[in-house]
Design a protein around this ligand. Structure first.
Ligand code: IMP
Length: 428
């Protein structure tokens, strides 16, 4: 079994990019298979900082092929901007980056529709990234008003499809936002034809490509975007993203059976963060929360929004780990907690007077839970220079071991800073 999968176990932003970057050397291909430019990760390589969104971080390794597979939704402008940034700093991407012809394309109507829907929502806003991700996936599922990457190379049908969709979207957009300017089908066709022309050398049937790569014994690394609790089917619906961002999405998004995955690594922060709306039982709306935000630089890579911060939620993370079927855990950003006198870990929830370790299926129930905490001592010392388990303070090891016990899975890696070197292979 030649594949590894890296999955976020919380509400996204678990520092998966660094872990994927670290594991890339042991692999031949890195595959991104869901989400779009709602995701963002920062990777520090060779002392330089890269902010990537659609392109897998494998692109920072010259010998590795990066694949944007079928389940991703592609905003061509965003992708080309990212490609231009990589080309300027690391050279041509041809032969190193492949894009699925089955992936769906994000158009201007997706963003406009999403903005109006979020604004008009009577309940708490989902707090989306406003990138047109959900509206694109909705059209994908609806089938009648969707365009895939491969459709852009069939110019006759591409033009007529845009015409038909724009006619319909102009009616919908006017109804949900009377101030909106009507879209111009010709202009969109011209603009997207140019994007298609530029992307053409990278576009292939990635599913067939991945199947051949497996036949040849190539080692695949799957890079999940967002986190398990934002999974469309299994997360905190409706405060979720529109794809399967838990381990459940690897198969459907890539076209590669999960049976080839030999190692499923779940990444969790040493605390919890969330961006956007929805319940968050361990949220800290106080100076400790602000301390975590400032120390961990908890501001969105894509939108710049301050992230909501809180104690480690063992119930939620254990649920994420079980959904994804992880073999081992990565604990990221442990160093962010170094200044705190004591630390709390939520080990169970109390709902209507009952103790449970099951994650509620409805957000109304999640909004009502009271976290039951275990309190541990802090280590109060800088750990960013530690490279071996035995050099970690006893309190830090106690904290990590407690997380492993509550999640129910062994810790394989601990990250104590953004650099590749700031990594501890735990108990190795
Ligand atoms: P959407 O994916 O833009 O539709 O946003 C839906 C929800 O997912 C919102 O709460 C976003 O803040 C959240 N979300 C989407 N992408 C990410 C991510 O990469 N990290 C953290 N949260 C995300």
């Amino acid at each position: 079994m030649s594949a590894t999968s890296v999955i976020g176990l919380q509400w996204g932003d678990e520092a998966k990019g660094k872990i994927v970057d670290l594991l890339t050397e042991e692999h031949d291909l890195v595959v991104r298979y869901q989400g779009g430019n709602n995701a963002g990760h920062t990777v520090v390589a060779d002392g330089e900082t890269y902010k990537l969104s659609l392109i897998p971080s494998g692109i920072l390794h010259d010998s590795v092929i990066s694949v944007i597979a079928t389940g991703v939704v592609i905003h061509p402008q965003a992708l080309l901007k990212e490609i231009d940034g990589i080309v300027a700093r690391r050279g041509a991407v041809e032969g190193r980056l492949l894009i699925s012809d089955r992936a769906h394309v994000i158009f201007p109507w997706h963003m406009l529709e999403e903005a109006a829907l979020e604004k008009n929502r009577r309940d708490e806003a989902i707090g989306t990234t406003k990138r047109g991700i959900g509206t694109c996936y909705r059209d994908k599922a609806g089938r009648t008003h969707a365009i895939r990457v491969g459709d852009m190379y069939r110019s006759e049908t591409f033009r007529s499809r845009i015409g038909e969709i724009v006619e319909f979207k102009n009616i919908v957009l006017k109804a949900i936002n009377p101030d909106v300017e009507p879209l111009d089908a010709d202009a969109i066709f011209e603009e997207y034809s140019e994007y298609a022309r530029r992307l053409k050398p990278l576009v292939i049937d990635t599913t067939a490509y991945l199947h051949h790569a497996l036949d040849e014994g190539k080692r695949l690394l799957f890079e999940g975007a967002q986190g398990s609790l934002l999974d469309l089917d299994h997360g905190t619906y409706p405060f979720v993203t529109s794809s399967n961002s838990s381990g459940c999405g690897v198969h459907s998004g890539s076209g590669v059976s999960e049976r080839v995955i030999g190692r499923m690594l779940g990444v969790a922060k040493a605390y919890t963060t969330r961006v956007g709306g929805g319940p968050f039982p361990t949220e800290l709306d106080d100076e400790i929360g602000q301390h975590i935000r400032d120390t961990g630089n908890e501001y969105g890579t894509v939108t710049g929004r301050p992230r909501r911060c809180g104690w480690f939620d063992g119930v939620a993370t254990r649920y994420g780990a079980r959904l994804s079927g992880v073999d081992g855990i990565v604990i990221a950003l442990l160093d962010v907690l170094s200044d705190l006198d004591e630390l709390k870990i939520c080990e169970a929830y109390e709902i209507d007077g009952e103790r449970t370790t099951d994650f509620p299926s409805h957000v109304d129930a999640l909004a009502k839970v009271k976290p039951i905490y275990r309190t541990l001592p802090g280590w109060k010392t800088d750990i960013t220079g530690v490279r071996k388990t035995e050099d970690l303070p006893a309190a830090a090891r106690g904290y990590i071991d407690t997380l492993a016990e509550i999640i129910g899975s062994p810790v394989h890696i601990v990250s104590v800073g953004p650099d590749r070197l700031q990594t501890i292979f735990y108990n190795k």
